[in-house]
Design a protein around this ligand. Structure first.
Ligand code: F6R
Length: 607
């Protein structure tokens, strides 16, 4: 992961580099650093932990220079200490790196045998030494970088700074994103368009294997064969303004409350209410030819995909295979040529999902992408682009992006069903009506915020928590458990309610809260039986259901949360709200860092 910014500027760069890092903090916040070159010397500040620590250092000891590189780190090789913080310096070369150098060990051994001294435990420092050795042997910066890049295995985006060539930064990418930005008398380099947005809207995305020499008045891009190439310069459209929390205590809380609006916003692109039709963006693809869908994603986006599997199979009767992206590529999936592969991602940069997407393309699949960041790699590589309109999601735990993904997937399920002749006009009109009811139903769910805050004490002291659900509420149980563990650090598991008796029931005692998601409906009685099994063993149940369900099964629960009665197609959107709120309030009660929980990053750009 990690975020990179570089400026070859006309004036002091430290503050602007810091501002760029602030916009990249979602990529990691284990440590941060900036290095400039000034009067033939490097100047560097580095700090452990959040960016505020770096800000304090910069305030105490100003950093000069109008050319510099900066980095915010998500630790892979080496603990999050100052010594392991980037930029790393080796003689005449400083660098910042995002990604993993997989062959760092033999390279490091070779360099040590050559007498070079390492000051960190990182894989990145190896690259600094490799390039430094070439420069010290008389190569120019471009020659040195061109010599070293083919020796690196793995995924990386790197920016190099040279002590004796203070007029340039060299950037290189392979498997991790890197963007160059064009300014007035100065030029830039950054992990994404968002980092560069306050500096410029004119950017070019480097392609795999590209590297670029960035100077004040020019940017020369080379491909992996070291041939000069032109990459299209585009308007980034990335928001230059900083997103604020407003009156909310945390971004996550704000984003939970934004859901009715952003879901409505997203649905506007996918339904035509007056015609009673679902609609997809224009693209040249006939959904009626789809005989199987392969869904691939990670984390919360994967759970959105799991919900979609229920919908695609139930409404369109199209079989669905679903994989977590980190498994997909390596299990050698059997993909029929001409199939549809669907990738779901908030960031559009998740390394595992992106690699899976490229694998599916090589296997002759048409690539559909549900993505929130319109400038992301996945958005650019999609054949069928299905954007969510959640707006920037800052809280590391995904909330509004998830419900927007569900909205798009519900509309896609209906489109597929229509294309497959499984939906009459009346049924389609009815689905459109239900989708339009979703934002209001989510508002009703949000009205329970205070009650849910009052339940936090039932969960906060627990060591383990179980979430149970059936049908599409099974992935919602998984999502509830993920939300809780990532922000409150409580161990939580989601289970298909009927599966509990096959093992997890052994965990149940009176210290284990069990959160049951069970809208009334055909599966309700079965879930109630599973609740009885929990209760018989002293488990404390919090039941999330509608009025009918609570009337039938609410008695004996330690708490209940009443949801509006909704169509099964929109139930997951509505039931997402209480599980998000519960995780949020438990985390607040425990005093964790809700928006930036430990060890996590918003965009996971390493495999
Ligand atoms: C959980 C969470 C992660 C992401 C996962 C995929 O709250 O945010 O599990 O869902 O890292 O990220 P995207 O959707 O950006 O591909």
């Amino acid at each position: 992961m990690c975020g990179i910014v570089g400026i070859v500027g006309r004036e002091a760069v430290a503050q602007r580099l810091y501002d760029g890092l602030k916009r990249l903090e979602y990529r990691g916040y284990d440590s941060a650093g900036i290095c400039t070159v000034q009067g033939g010397e490097f100047e560097r500040r580095r700090a452990e932990g959040k960016l505020d620590n770096l800000a304090r250092q910069l305030a105490a000891e100003a950093l000069h220079g109008d050319v510099g590189i900066a980095h915010t780190r998500w630790a892979t090789h080496g603990a999050p200490t100052v010594d392991n913080a980037h930029p790393h310096i080796a003689g005449p070369v400083a660098l910042v790196h995002n990604g993993i150098i997989e062959n760092f060990k033999p390279l490091r051994d070779e360099l040590i045998a050559d007498g070079r001294k390492f000051l960190s435990e990182t894989d990145s420092e190896v690259v600094a030494h490799l390039v430094a050795r070439e420069v010290e042997n008389g190569k120019s910066p471009t020659e040195a970088v061109a010599t070293v890049l083919p020796r690196l295995h793995g995924a990386f985006a790197i920016a190099f700074l040279f002590k004796d060539h203070p007029d340039q930064i060299i950037g290189a990418r392979m498997g991790a994103p890197l963007t160059v930005g064009y300014g007035e008398g100065e030029n830039y380099l950054g992990s994404d368009a968002l980092a560069l947005a306050p500096l410029t809207q004119k950017i070019a995305y480097l392609e795999e294997g590209d590297w670029a020499v960035v100077k004040r008045d020019s940017i020369q891009i080379y491909d992996r064969a070291n041939k000069p190439v032109n990459r299209e310069i585009v308007e980034s459209g990335a928001l230059a303004t900083r997103i604020e929390k407003g009156n909310y205590r945390h971004f996550m809380q704000k984003e939970i409350f934004e859901q009715p609006i952003v879901v409505a916003q997203t649905l506007q692109s996918y339904v035509r209410p007056f015609e009673g039709k679902v609609a997809l963006p224009d693209f040249d693809f006939d959904l009626s030819t789809v005989n199987r869908v392969t869904i691939v994603a990670c984390g919360t986006s994967f759970y959105a995909g799991m919900v979609a599997k229920y919908w695609f199979e139930q409404f369109a009767r199209v079989p669905v295979d679903i994989d977590v992206a980190s498994e997909f590529r390596y299990r050698q999936p059997v993909l029929e040529p001409g199939g549809l592969a669907l990738f779901i991602s908030q960031s559009g940069e998740t390394a595992d999902t992106l690699a899976a997407l490229r694998h599916a393309r090589e296997e002759g699949q048409t690539i559909a992408v549900v993505v929130n960041v319109p400038t992301s790699s996945m958005a650019r590589e999609a054949d069928l682009l299905l954007p969510t309109h959640a707006g920037p999601e800052i809280g590391v735990a995904s909330t509004k992006a998830f419900t927007c993904q569900l909205s798009v997937l519900a509309a896609l399920a209906a489109n597929l069903a229509r294309a497959k002749g499984r939906l009459t006009e009346d049924e389609e009109r009815e689905i459109v009506e239900h989708l339009r009811e979703a934002p209001e139903a989510m508002n009703q769910a949000l009205n329970h915020d205070e009650d849910i805050a009052g339940m936090a004490h039932l969960v906060a002291p627990a060591r383990d928590v179980l979430y149970l659900g059936r049908g599409p509420d099974y992935p919602m149980a998984l999502e509830g458990a993920l939300k809780l563990k990532e922000i409150s650090y409580i161990h939580a598991e989601g289970y298909a309610a009927g599966e509990m008796k096959h093992g997890p029931i052994a965990l149940i005692d009176d210290l284990v809260p069990v959160i049951v998601l069970a809208p009334s409906g055909p599966l309700f009685e079965k879930t109630v039986s599973n609740m009885q099994e929990v209760r018989a063993r002293g488990g404390k149940i919090i039941l999330i259901s509608d009025a009918k369900g609570l009337a039938e099964a609410g008695e004996g629960c330690v708490a209940t949360i009443e949801m509006p009665e909704v169509h099964p197609l929109i139930a997951p959107l509505v039931y997402a709200v209480p599980v998000q709120l519960l995780a949020y309030h438990v985390a607040v009660a425990k005093g964790t860092d809700v928006d930036q929980p430990r060890n996590l990053a918003k965009s996971v750009t390493v495999e």
